[in-house]
Design a protein around this ligand. Structure first.
Ligand code: AMP
Length: 216
């Protein structure tokens, strides 16, 4: 199954994608994660996108299309993929359609997750993760049980915050979402692939809605 998750920053795309990976045995293709890995590895491309990402602006279509092409060419998505944070522009959506068609792959469903802007800003500005296992926490909604210790893997002092999870970058990311990415909702609706779910609520509750959208 090949799925695209569309939603504003902080809508919970990554969290739901991780659940789908486990439940459906498909891979998560997150361009945001790939770009953060490129930065962490110190590659030339990683250096080039660092400031753009910290500001909350979009990196070029060429870079992200290249990252997805590499994954599709490697056959990593053989059993299916969840595209998380890609495509974000019409150019990326067209490129993805062409890449998939050339490999005989079909898109099964595009799920748009809706969450109102104030909830998104609150979610993102309080968000932090364990650098060891990736568990996601929140200052107000999900603090760790013991300060500086991950509930899941027990790592100490491993928490980290994304440099773009601050209010100023978040406003830019939201602006870019409404300007460039939300138009894809109409694009996939016109292709008969779109489902919309409410992204507000507990993780399991949203996961239930996701499964209804995908299987219903
Ligand atoms: P994310 O982890 O999806 O929130 O992405 C973090 C940042 O990476 C974004 O704010 C952009 O700067 C960049 N980025 C990730 N995916 C894309 C994409 N498909 N197109 C352009 N920029 C992207």
């Amino acid at each position: 199954m090949n799925i695209i998750l569309i939603g504003p920053p902080g809508a919970g795309k990554g969290t739901q994608a991780q659940k789908l990976v486990v439940e459906r045995g498909i891979v998560q293709l997150s361009t945001g994660d790939m770009l953060r890995e490129a930065q962490a590895s110190g590659s030339e491309m990683g250096q080039k996108v660092k400031d753009i990402m910290a500001r909350g602006d979009l990196v070029t279509d060429e870079i992200v299309i290249g990252l997805i092409a590499e994954r599709l060419d490697s056959g990593a998505a053989g059993a299916g993929a969840i595209f998380d944070g890609f495509p974000r522009t019409l150019g990326q959506a067209d490129a993805l359609g062409e890449m998939m068609a050339s490999k005989g792959l079909a898109l099964d469903c595009v799920v748009a997750m809706t969450v109102d802007d104030d909830a998104l800003v609150a979610r993102v500005t309080g968000r932090f993760t364990c650098g060891n296992c990736g568990e996601v926490y929140h200052d107000a909604n999900k603090p760790p049980k013991h300060a500086n210790t991950c509930d899941k893997c027990d790592a100490k002092d491993s928490f980290k915050r994304r440099p773009d999870d601050n209010e100023e970058s978040m406003r830019t990311r939201l602006f870019n979402y409404y300007r460039d990415t939300s138009t894809l909702i109409g694009y996939y609706h016109a292709k008969g692939l779109l489902k919309t779910i409410d992204g507000l609520g507990e993780i399991e509750e949203v996961a239930g809605r996701m499964n209804v959208a995908l299987d219903g």
